[in-house]
Write a protein that binds this ligand. Structure first.
Ligand SMILES: CC(C)(COP(=O)(O)OP(=O)(O)OC[C@H]1O[C@@H](n2cnc3c(N)ncnc32)[C@H](O)[C@@H]1OP(=O)(O)O)[C@@H](O)C(=O)NCCC(=O)NCCS
Length: 254
């Protein structure tokens, strides 16, 4: 039985769409990378690894969706060899995506990336296990992920979130949050510092240290009184060592 044939877009239509996508990718590179401003379109296409990887991924993804065997993986493999950026052909990438510098970026099979997302070099959108199905992160719109950050598992990163360089994220990130450290934790939400009892993770109350310090102070006092009673002069109160630093940078600083 003949299958009803779908109308194919004409060559002119396809060429127009490809030209439009290339223009958009080059404009995105100029917008997000100060080094790309004033650089010709040809030079960006020839030497911006992030742009090359994205163009290759578009082709690989379209072929993968069309069920074409081998070719998507071959394109992704060649793209990785040339750019150092590995994007699985099935990964869903939104518009105006930009990878700056690029080397060492890995984007897994079930990763989903929203609109206007920026990744720097060394970012991993990876899985945490061998289970099939959704196992990679989903990034909202306008997310920025700093160099070396690892986002692991089927977590959701909210719109406008910023992930600091070298952060390891294994839990959902609220929209507008700035997350740093390992494990990643929010230090800002919508540009404002996170306040409240959970904000300072290093200066937690330590009841044991407090009890030892109180006992130690009592011993010093008793020694002083004993010295007065037996007439051996002023007690030389031993220094009580600081049991827990009370000042300094919070763990939010890394
Ligand atoms: C996370 C980031 C976006 C935060 O920027 P910001 O909103 O200006 O925040 P601040 O600089 O005020 O930092 C807030 C706190 O987080 C800490 N912090 C910032 N970035 C951090 C990081 N990557 N790792 C650990 N702590 C970090 C700051 O020391 C500060 O701590 P404090 O509250 O104890 O003072 C930015 O620091 C970052 O890492 N950007 C990635 C840049 C990158 O990868 N560039 C590559 C270019 S090649």
């Amino acid at each position: 039985m003949d299958r009803p044939s779908l109308p194919r877009p004409g060559v002119a239509v396809v060429l127009r769409r490809v030209a439009q996508e290339i223009r958009s990718d080059v404009a995105t590179a100029r917008d997000r990378d100060p080094a790309a401003r004033g650089v010709s379109t040809f030079e960006i296409l020839a030497s911006w690894a992030g742009v090359q990887a994205l163009l290759a991924h578009r082709v690989a993804h379209a072929l993968d969706e069309a069920g074409v065997p081998l070719a998507p993986r071959a394109i992704a493999y060649l793209s990785r060899a040339v750019t150092g950026i590995e994007i699985h052909p099935a990964a869903a990438i939104g518009g105006e995506f930009f990878i700056d510098h690029g080397s060492g970026v890995v984007i897994g099979e079930t990763a989903e990336v929203g609109e206007r997302v920026t990744l720097y070099q060394g970012v991993t959108l990876g899985g945490t296990g061998l289970q099939p199905g959704k196992r990679h992160p989903t990034l909202g719109d306008n997310v920025t992920v700093g160099s070396g950050a690892k986002l692991l598992g089927p977590i959701a990163v909210g719109d406008g979130a910023k992930i600091g360089a070298n952060t390891v994220v294994i839990e959902d990130v609220p929209p507008g949050a700035t997350v740093v450290g390992n494990p990643g934790h929010p230090v800002k939400v919508e540009g404002r510092r996170v306040e409240g009892p959970d904000a300072d993770w290093i200066h937690l109350p330590d009841p044991i240290a407090d009890a030892i310090k109180a006992l130690s102070e009592r011993i010093v006092e008793l020694e002083r009184r004993l010295a007065e009673l037996d007439g051996s002069g002023e007690g030389t109160a031993a220094e009580t060592p600081e049991l827990q630093p009370r000042t300094g940078r919070s763990s939010a600083g890394g």
